[in-house]
Ligand binder design. Structure first.
Ligand code: NDP
Ligand code: OXD
Length: 319
């Protein structure tokens, strides 16, 4: 067997689950898990591959001979913001398990806002019997920002529920049954949107993108009465003070947020106190450890067989 270098693993989530999954992964080469205190000072100069989530900036000095980086999640913003990131291929995590989870979360949030779920839960707590006449899904247009792996799957599943779905992305897309808009058609897209679903990566272009000016362009005469904002992309793309004000003024009728500028969301953040805002703790679509390690094994096998890597990040656009 050729002398293969172990895979460097630095995932800052679920340490027990990662350690358990690593026991059976990378059988032909082994791994160095930095979550294990015994590996803190270990020599990394011979390592070819690294699987990382929120890596420390000095990691690349310690491991200067890396050939490929693998992201522990679908988003790579925490990696791309490192000043001395090596100019080598970066592979995102793309997997049916993650995609399915995200679509479940998106459909759940759209249905919650459609069917007054927050009001029902409050009324149940207060033992209040009150009916709400909700529009049908087909009367509501969900506008998805970001028509990548996650946006496209969410679009398909929202259509199954009967929603009218439109989508916006940098480049124009062709998706059956979904009217699409490109970057230059932002205002036309927003003017048609009752529920805005954010599935954009965080890049310099999308930082602070979901703000009061954008919310003011959403459709206001739709079946919901006021537009709803739903974001599972990244918190850095939203201006949270603007969301708080927009909920207060009625510019937004509700919101669902899975991601925040600061995570965990501080206990004194005003968002916690808003009844019309559904908060989930960045768990819309977690990376399942076994699926993640299998994906890395498959990509390493492709790379070493001379086949092209999949799900590559464009260092220029940052996603
Ligand atoms: P993809 O890279 O597959 O898709 C990104 C989409 O965003 C593309 O359609 C792209 O357009 C569009 N886009 C990017 N920048 C711009 C821009 N400036 N203007 C217009 N459109 C833009 O990513 P995924 O679908 O796999 O994931 C999306 C994001 O979801 C991740 O980056 C991550 O931040 C987040 N995420 C959150 C999770 C959670 O649990 N909350 C879990 C997993 C991911 P084009 O196709 O034209 O290039
Ligand atoms: C991801 C995430 O990017 O979990 O995969 O946020």
């Amino acid at each position: 067997m050729p002398n293969r270098s172990p895979v460097l693993v630095d995932l800052k989530f679920n340490p027990e689950a990662v350690a358990a999954a690593l026991k059976t992964a990378f059988a032909d080469r082994g791994s160095i898990n930095l979550a294990d205190p015994a590996n803190r000072q270990v020599d990394l100069s011979h390592v070819d591959y690294a699987l990382l989530w929120k890596p420390d900036a000095d990691l690349f000095e310690r491991a200067p001979n890396l050939k490929v980086l693998f992201s522990g999640g679908a988003g790579v913003d925490s990696m791309m913001s490192i000043a001395d990131l090596p100019d080598i291929p970066i592979v995102r995590f793309v997997d049916p398990s993650l995609t399915a989870r995200m679509s479940e979360w998106v459909v759940l949030q759209c249905l919650m806002h459609l069917r007054h779920a927050v009001d029902h839960l409050r009324n149940q707590r207060d033992r209040v019997w009150r009916k709400y006449v909700a529009p049908e899904a087909r009367e509501v247009t969900v506008g998805i920002m970001g028509l990548g792996v996650l946006g496209r799957d969410a679009a398909a599943k929202l259509r199954v529920m009967g929603f009218n779905v439109i989508g916006w992305s940098r480049g124009k897309k062709q998706i059956d049954g979904v009217e699409t808009f490109d970057a230059g058609e932002l205002d036309s897209f927003l003017a048609r949107t009752d529920m805005l679903v954010g599935l954009l990566p965080l890049t310099p272009e999308t930082a602070g993108f979901y703000n009061a000016a954008l919310f003011s362009k959403l459709r206001r005469d739709g079946a919901l009465g006021a537009p709803v904002f739903i974001n599972a992309g990244r918190g850095g793309s939203q201006v949270e003070a603007d969301i708080v004000s927009a909920i207060g003024s009625g510019l937004l009728g509700g919101a669902s947020l899975d991601v925040f500028g600061v995570e965990p969301l501080p206990a004194d953040d005003p968002l916690w106190g808003l009844e019309k805002v559904v908060i989930t703790p960045h768990d819309a679509a977690l990376s399942e450890e076994y699926a993640l390690l299998r994906h890395v094994e498959q990509q390493i096998a492709r790379f070493e067989a001379g086949e092209p890597l999949q799900y590559l990040v464009d260092h220029g656009t940052g996603y």
